[in-house]
Design a protein around this ligand. Structure first.
Ligand code: NAI
Ligand code: MG
Length: 483
């Protein structure tokens, strides 16, 4: 693969370095299953070196910058990202198997995050607090120091944008551990950051294995905060590792997010959103709407209309830019298929599927999108994050039942409510267990400005929007007595 940087190296302290023990990991193209190159595999020593480089940057040129100077660097990086849209798109298409237009949308989103936080960097400030007559009290928002960012493979650029960029705006130096399946655009981010003029060590990228590089990073005694997006099980491990040094964490652990459709909803508007919000990125989306709760009066009509959309969907290699690309890996494909086999065995009915095109290479990890009904709400298909192109439709009769179903999983990330009844909208907003609620829509074009995060097994802490900057800083209260 042709890249303007050496993919097999790590980006540490402003230099490309091989891993200390010379080991690498293969780059697999999910559309073909073929190995197309290698990335470095950071050892424990490499992670340690990256944390040290970040500390040095904080005590040196990076730490000395003013907030508006940090903003300017982020702004320059935003322009560089846009200027390299084609390169970044190509890398993501090959590495993640994202259809071209979805990969390109992620580049645009990354640039938007950089633009947003470039503008926000010098607008983050403390408060003055009225206290006793002979006191002046104020608060300072200080960076944590070195922040750790463990990134998954499903949206490498978007998650870089919402996690890493906010931390940089707030003045932290970052160490990023991208996913073993998808590190190329993270490495490109390091490469572009140098051209933007970021001081050495402000941004460090250490690809590697989760249980090795990721575990070392999240348990490192010198980091000030960990931001993680990925599975629930790994999230719990990361929180435990960070707890050894009382390090705070932000966890974004996915979900089983519902859209609730009442019989007074504008069905024509809702239908394409119901489907799209479940199948974007082949369903490998933390906020995927994998459960559709429908009032029984319109249930059959909605199932039929969704089915006709499903029947038009085509799955194929990312370069063909069809509706869906492959899943990320053979492992993920097996995981999804096991879930579906088990669900069918317990009575779930597959009512519609899309089609894998004939040109799809044999070795790619393709799964056709599938719509299910007759699913028991307590069964895994309606309870667990499948992370594949699968949705279930569940009927309800009463508003109260809809809320109970919506809240009836351990997760709570996003919810959508389709109804024209304003009273019902506001009742549900308060009752739903979710970090984001959409009324008469679902998902929002990246939603850079909108605070995002979960409750329950979906995790805790908020990223995106201005709110993220509070999480990436610690508050110091200063009480000055007048004497
Ligand atoms: P994962 O949670 O294992 O991987 C996410 C990241 O965590 C990767 O960078 C990985 O290297 C790192 N990691 C793994 N073990 C670690 C450890 N012990 N310490 C520190 N870092 C570690 O997710 P995986 O196995 O790729 O996917 C499994 C399931 O996780 C998916 O089927 C999906 O349900 C969920 N998932 C959710 C995501 C989301 O956006 N919320 C993203 C990716 C996966
Ligand atoms: Mg890959």
């Amino acid at each position: 693969m042709l890249t303007p940087f050496d993919t097999s190296k790590l980006w540490i302290g402003g230099e490309w370095v091989p891993s200390s023990d010379g080991r690498t990991l293969p780059i697999e193209n999910p559309s073909s299953g073929l190995t197309v190159g290698a990335i470095g595999r950071a050892s424990r020593d490499d992670v340690d070196a990256a944390v040290t480089a970040a500390e040095r940057a904080l005590n040196g040129p990076w730490g000395a910058l003013t907030a508006f100077e940090r903003g300017r660097l982020l702004s320059r990086l935003s322009n560089l990202v846009l200027a390299h849209t084609e390169l970044l798109t190509e890398l993501e298409v090959a590495d993640v198997g994202k259809p071209v237009s979805q990969a390109r949308a992620d580049v645009v989103a990354l640039a938007r995050y950089l633009e947003f936080y470039a503008g926000a960097a010098d607008k983050l400030h403390g408060q003055t607090i009225p206290f006793l007559a002979d006191y002046t009290v104020y608060t300072l928002r200080e960076p944590h120091g070195v922040t750790a960012h463990i990134i998954p493979w499903n949206y490498p650029m978007q998650i870089m944008g919402r996690s890493v960029v906010g931390a940089l705006a707030a003045g932290n130096a970052v160490v990023v551990k991208p996913a073993e399946q998808a590190s190329l655009t993270s490495l490109a981010f390091g490469w572009l950051s140098q051209q933007a003029g970021f001081p050495a060590g402000a941004i460090n990228i250490v690809p590697g294995v989760g249980a090795e590089a990721g575990a070392t990073l999240s348990g490192h005694p010198s980091i000030g905060h960990v931001s993680f997006t990925g599975s629930f099980d790994v999230g719990v491990q990361i929180q435990s590792a960070a707890a050894r040094h009382a390090v705070p964490v932000t966890l974004e652990l996915g979900g089983k997010s519902p859209q609730i459709l009442f019989d007074d909803a504008d069905l024509e508007t809702a239908l394409p959103v119901l489907v799209r919000a479940g199948l974007q990125n082949a369903g490998q989306t933390c906020s995927a709407s994998s459960r559709i709760l429908v009032h029984r009066r319109v249930h059959d009509h909605v199932v039929e209309a969704m089915s006709s959309i499903y029947r038009t969907l085509r799955v194929g290699p990312a370069s063909a830019d069809l509706d869906l690309g492959p899943l990320i890996s053979a492992t993920q494909k097996i995981r999804v298929e096991r879930h579906l086999d088990a669900a069918r065995a317990t009575g779930a009915k597959q009512v519609a599927t899309g089609r894998i095109v004939d040109e799809a290479p044999e070795g790619g990890h393709y799964v056709a999108p599938q719509l299910y009904t007759h699913v028991n709400p307590r069964e895994p298909l309606a309870q667990e994050e499948i992370f594949g192109p699968v949705q279930v439709v569940l009927p309800f009769d009463e508003e109260e039942e809809a809320v109970r179903l919506a809240n009836g999983t351990p997760y709570g990330l996003v919810a959508g409510v389709w109804t024209r009844d304003a009273g019902r909208q506001h009742r549900l907003v308060r009752q739903l267990k979710a970090g984001q609620v959409f009324l008469n829509d679902y998902g929002a074009a990246g939603g850079v400005e909108l605070p995002f995060g979960g409750t329950g097994h979906s995790g805790h802490g908020r990223e995106k929007g201005f709110e993220a900057l509070y999480g990436f800083t610690k508050l110091k209260t200063v009480a000055a007595r007048h004497r």
